[in-house]
Ligand binder design. Structure first.
Ligand SMILES: NC(=O)c1ccc[n+]([C@@H]2O[C@H](COP(=O)([O-])OP(=O)(O)OC[C@H]3O[C@@H](n4cnc5c(N)ncnc54)[C@H](O)[C@@H]3O)[C@@H](O)[C@H]2O)c1
Length: 248
């Protein structure tokens, strides 16, 4: 598409074989970007890249340098969860989840930032779990760590004109959330002011906005896209109880 908000820009998306990553890649393409969709599971139009492997990132950087000469956007979307609780999680579980959710974005920024001209943008995909307590401890700690990485990267890359922002999805219908117990979905809906779960198409407009020049003075920011889940600090049940006729 000519004339889209991302026309002429080359954007890399990780974890783009399915879920939010696939939707983001499609939306970015609709806005005119040349999208390099990557995933540990290769698929049609998806280049194989395991975000935990520095060699994979080095190969991708070589390819981008040869093919395009520059990269203007990176969406660090790939992520995994592991639902072990505090009393059962192992050091290996922690390392495995952090390798994908924290080291992956770090390696991506380290390898692609040198190819980014001023005006480029990185979007890190955090989670509502990064804004609250959340029961899967390996996942929660990894997403909190990603917030720190995002802030540091925004600080260090800002002088080069590269922006780094973080989005925090709440419960979004994908294969990741489909693998959770039904009670997880139901309790999320109960705690979400908008009273429902979200779709991948409600996340992608925010990613497009943060990658394009409409957000040219926004960096180091964190934006929830969660139906209000993390906005109320746990008081929704109090509000709901009083609405249910228990008085004021
Ligand atoms: N779905 C939600 O409700 C939700 C909520 C908050 C945050 N998130 C975050 O959004 C992002 C996308 O999640 P999703 O729901 O689309 O999940 P998903 O499981 O449907 O997709 C994740 C993708 O990442 C890929 N991936 C996993 N490990 C990888 C690796 N080492 N290297 C490259 N790719 C790898 C998978 O193959 C898969 O295609 C993740 O970072 C996730 O933590 C999801």
């Amino acid at each position: 598409m000519n004339g889209g908000r991302l026309a002429g820009k080359v954007v890399v998306v990780t974890g783009a074989a399915r879920g939010q990553g696939a939707a983001e890649a499609a939306a970015l393409e609709r806005e005119g970007a040349t999208v390099v969709a990557t995933d540990v599971n290769s698929g049609e139009g998806v280049r194989r890249l395991d975000v935990t492997l520095a060699d994979d990132w080095a190969d991708l950087a070589d390819h981008l340098r040869d093919a395009y000469g520059a990269v203007h956007g990176l969406v660090n979307n790939a992520g995994i969860t592991w639902r072990a609780r505090l009393d059962e999680v192992t050091a290996e579980d922690m390392s495995c989840v952090h390798a994908v959710n924290v080291n992956g974005p770090l390696l991506g920024i380290q390898h692609l930032a040198p190819l980014m001209p001023p005006g480029s943008s990185v979007v890190n995909v955090g989670s509502s779990a990064a804004l609250t307590a959340h029961y899967p401890v390996a996942y929660t700690t990894s997403k909190w760590a990603l917030r720190g990485l995002s802030k540091t990267a925004a600080l260090e890359l800002g002088p080069r004109g590269i922006r780094v922002n973080t989005i925090h999805p709440g419960f979004i219908e994908t294969e990741m959330t489909a693998s959770a117990a039904p009670a997880f979905r139901e309790s999320n809906i109960r705690e979400t002011p908008l009273g429902r779960v979200g779709t991948v198409d409600e996340v992608t407009p925010l990613v497009v906005f943060l990658l394009c020049d409409d957000s040219s003075f926004i960096t180091g920011a964190e934006i929830p896209v969660d139906g209000g889940l993390t906005s109320h600090g746990g008081v929704k049940s109090v509000s709901d109880a009083l609405l249910d006729g228990a008085g004021r």
